[in-house]
Design a protein around this ligand. Structure first.
Ligand code: BES
Ligand code: ZN
Ligand code: ZN
Length: 516
């Protein structure tokens, strides 16, 4: 998709489809609706006015109304998209609505679209707080780019439904606002494409995206954006003493991949500046190993590398956004397979940190690879840690498929992450990770065991296990098992890999950048 910003009267812009946003300015709980367009264009307002007055269109979020050959507009179709109530409007609704415009066009085989930038000046102040133009432009770009993605890569009858040109239209503004909008749009394109890069990795089947292939695609991406990428396999993993990671991998003929990415800012930061370490679970297929999973839904376990993909996607964006700080990423990728060589329940492993682990269930493999990944990231110099992993089915039991789980040993770093969410539009819910849960992982014969004594609080148990390997380093763990794969499509996003966590991690990382 070629996405650009033009300062041009939207009514005079010729395109097969022009999307314009509408809010419901009604207040109160009653069922009345008062839809209003977010444009100062008189011809567009005039063309829409009888339909808005008809009561047919309520401007609820994602609702659409198409007008063909609208009088006074050069576009062939005017697509009015609801943003919901004006009182609760944020950039998230704008992001989604931009996605609705793109998915509408895709399903109607329209390849060129225009989107009218929502002008908050179209309404009286009493109806709406303003949308900051930089963030609004960014949200439009993110929503449009993320919507222009489908999962049918392997279908022979795959049609080119992609958007070729998307033009965001804003009336002429002063130079400062124009450049703010342009930089917002540019950032949004980078972030949206990076989220899609992560999604495209997650979408790949396990036979194609092996650990070696994940490493290869990551290396290609890194050479494109200018990030240092090193890939290691079994020898180095054993040499480093990563006994937990090595054990998970040993049941598969596919070699593991330890992928290390390093982003250096253009100007070297002071030596005491924070170094952020991103650690991702990259199980390219999780059968459960000897503690094998049931057949039903096992196909989904190709997405057990979504944490790794999130980190790789975030690094792609970071390399282009160039925050003034060092960032490194460690991805531990392997398969979890049952085999004569596989690790077994009852085995005792020694992790890179020196801690011994009694294996109770080989299906709790993600925490094992992350244990070594987190420790390794610290040895590489990370002073702030974040990991993302499709770690536990229990997180969906706790939070459903709306919020991902967040666990941390540090309130300050958590607050930074939560502060990033109004920009990223993603949902994370903090769950406890306090030492009173530690008894769950006590082992009789080793330092700890890899599953809890009971099933209760399974996601917390997993987080407590990881906490053993981060020490005092401020750390966040994101359990994205319930949110990394969308079972149903949304009006603004296809079903399949969601790309969750990419946007929030980017924002959180940037919050540590030295002031420029
Ligand atoms: N990869 C799974 C977690 C998962 C489940 C991800 C559903 C996505 C969707 C993980 O490795 C796993 O199997 N965890 C076990 C842990 C248990 C054995 C303590 C689980 O959640 O059942
Ligand atoms: Zn598992
Ligand atoms: Zn797993």
């Amino acid at each position: 998709m070629h996405l650009k910003l033009q300062f041009h009267d939207s009514a005079a812009f010729a395109a097969p489809l022009l999307a314009v946003f509408a809010v419901d300015i009604a207040t109160g709980d009653d069922a009345t609706h008062s839809p209003a367009l977010l444009t100062t264009s008189d011809p567009l307002a005039k063309a829409a006015s009888p339909w808005l007055a008809s009561g047919e269109f309520k401007a609820t979020l994602g609702e659409t109304l198409v007008l063909y050959s609208p009088a006074g507009a050069a576009a062939q179709r005017l697509l009015i998209i609801g943003l919901g109530r004006s009182a609760s409007l944020t950039i998230h609704e704008v992001r989604k609505a931009a996605g609705v415009a793109v998915r509408f066009a895709r399903s109607h085989a329209l390849h060129d679209i225009a989107i009218a930038f929502p002008e908050d000046t179209a309404l009286d102040d009493e109806h709406m707080d303003s949308l900051p133009s930089h963030l609004t432009a960014r949200a439009i770009a993110e929503g449009a780019v993320v919507a222009d993605f489908d999962i049918d890569f392997y279908r022979s009858d795959r049609k080119d439904q992609g958007i070729h040109n998307a033009t965001v239209l804003h009336i002429e503004a002063d130079k400062k606002s124009e450049s703010e909008m342009q930089s917002g749009l540019d950032e949004g394109i980078i972030v949206g494409q990076s989220q899609n890069f992560a999604r495209s990795l997650v979408n790949e089947p396990g036979n194609i995206l092996t650990p070696t292939e994940l490493a290869r695609r990551t290396a290609v991406m890194c050479s494109e954006v200018g990030v240092a990428c090193e890939v290691f396999s079994t020898d180095k993993i054993l040499e480093l003493g990563m006994g937990a990671f090595a054990a998970v991998s040993q049941g598969s003929p596919q070699p593991p991949a330890l992928i290390v990415l390093r982003y250096e800012p253009p100007t070297p930061p002071p030596p005491d500046a924070p170094v952020v370490g991103l650690v991702g679970k990259g199980i390219t297929f999780d059968t459960g190993g000897i503690s094998i999973k049931p057949a039903e839904n096992m196909d989904k376990m190709k997405y057990d590398m979504a944490g790794a993909a999130a980190m790789i996607g975030a690094m792609r964006a970071i390399a282009q956004l160039k925050p003034a700080m060092r960032v490194l990423a460690v991805v531990c990728s392997c398969e979890n397979m049952p085999d004569g060589m596989a690790f077994k329940p009852g085995d005792v492993l020694t992790a890179m940190s020196g801690k011994t682990i009694e294996i109770m269930n080989t299906d709790a493999e993600g925490r094992l690879v992350l244990a070594d990944g987190l420790h390794y990231a610290k040895t590489l110099g990370a002073t702030r840690l974040i990991d993302a992993a499709t770690l536990t089915g229990a997180v969906s039991v706790a939070l459903g498929q709306i919020n991902a789980g967040l666990f941390s040993n540090n309130d300050e770093t958590t607050q930074r992450f939560l502060d990033a969410l109004p920009t990223s539009g993603e949902k994370f819910w903090r769950l406890p990770c306090t030492d009173d849960y530690r008894d769950q992982i006590k082992s009789q014969i080793a330092d700890i065991m890899n599953t809890g004594g009971s099933r209760y609080g399974g996601s917390i148990t997993a987080a407590m296990f990881l906490k053993e390997f981060v020490g005092d380093t401020p750390w966040i763990h994101l359990d994205i098992a319930g949110t990394a794969w969308l079972d149903d499509q949304k009006p603004w996003q296809s079903k399949g890999p969601s790309g969750i966590a990419v946007r929030s991690i980017i924002e959180w990382v940037r919050s540590f950048a030295s002031p420029s």
